[in-house]
Design a binder for this molecule. Structure first.
Ligand SMILES: O=C[C@H](O)[C@H](O)[C@H](O)COP(=O)(O)O
Length: 226
């Protein structure tokens, strides 16, 4: 059976050339991209690569693979970033943050010249919102925010880590997932969320990717490119 995530993740490495600064995404699909970058460095196919990880998890993986790493502040720009998504439309909007890495992913993405999303065909949707929208909030006053979301009918839930503790992001924040089912106006919602005090960022990535690689169950890869 084809491993769609592996196929599409490894394929994204074709966009990387020697000498590039590479954004390393987070999640079970980006895992294979990072793995492939490590493999190509080891085999000598790629040289002089610098990686910028989007999470501690990816940083650990990259270190184990011997991928040289730099911080965002040490470089001017990232040449190519490959990252997964939880939902994507074919007009380049999506939801990210299912793994809780949305804030660092968004910062890295905003500093990347070319963004490639790597997804299985099950992630491609006509409209956003079936996947719960993650909102990263600072801990202080987060219960108040939660109640505001609840009053607004946005069906919030605090992201858990295990049974009793709340999930904490790499920046020390909580995540509130909004179960919206169908986001009618993503731009408006993104604007409103960004304007709420205590919200650090949200998982709406509107107009982000330049290329979406969609892995099909039959092993083929569909390419959506601007
Ligand atoms: O926070 C996690 C990231 O946004 C991931 O890229 C996203 O959740 C997709 O992950 P996966 O490839 O594991 O479905």
């Amino acid at each position: 059976m084809t491993n769609v995530k592996e196929t599409v993740g490894r394929k994204a490495a074709d966009y990387v050339q020697s000498g590039m600064v590479v954004g390393l995404g987070t999640g079970s699909t980006a895992y294979w991209f990072v793995d492939e970058i490590g493999r190509r460095i080891k085999s000598g196919e790629l040289t002089d690569i610098k990686g910028v990880p989007t999470s501690k998890q990816t940083e650990d993986q990259a270190r184990k693979l011997g991928i040289p790493l730099v911080t965002l502040d040490e470089i001017n720009q990232i040449d190519v970033l490959a990252d997964g998504a939880d939902e994507t439309t074919t007009d380049f909007n999506g939801i990210k943050g299912g793994g809780g890495a949305l804030l660092h992913e968004k910062i890295v993405a905003q500093n990347s010249r070319k963004i490639i999303w790597i997804v299985g065909e099950n992630k491609v949707v006509d409209y956003l919102g079936k996947f719960p929208l993650p909102v990263e909030v600072i801990q202080f006053g987060s219960w108040k925010l939660f109640k505001n979301f609840d009053r607004a009918g946005m069906n919030p839930s605090f992201r858990k880590s295990g049974r009793d503790s709340l999930f904490i992001t790499d920046s020390g924040n909580y995540i509130i997932d909004l179960h919206l089912d169908h986001i009618q106006n993503p731009q408006q919602l993104a604007f409103e969320l960004k304007n709420m005090v205590g919200v650090v960022d949200h998982g709406l990535f509107l107009n982000y990717p330049d290329v979406i690689l969609v892995g099909q169950e039959d092993g083929e890869i569909l390419i959506h490119e601007r």
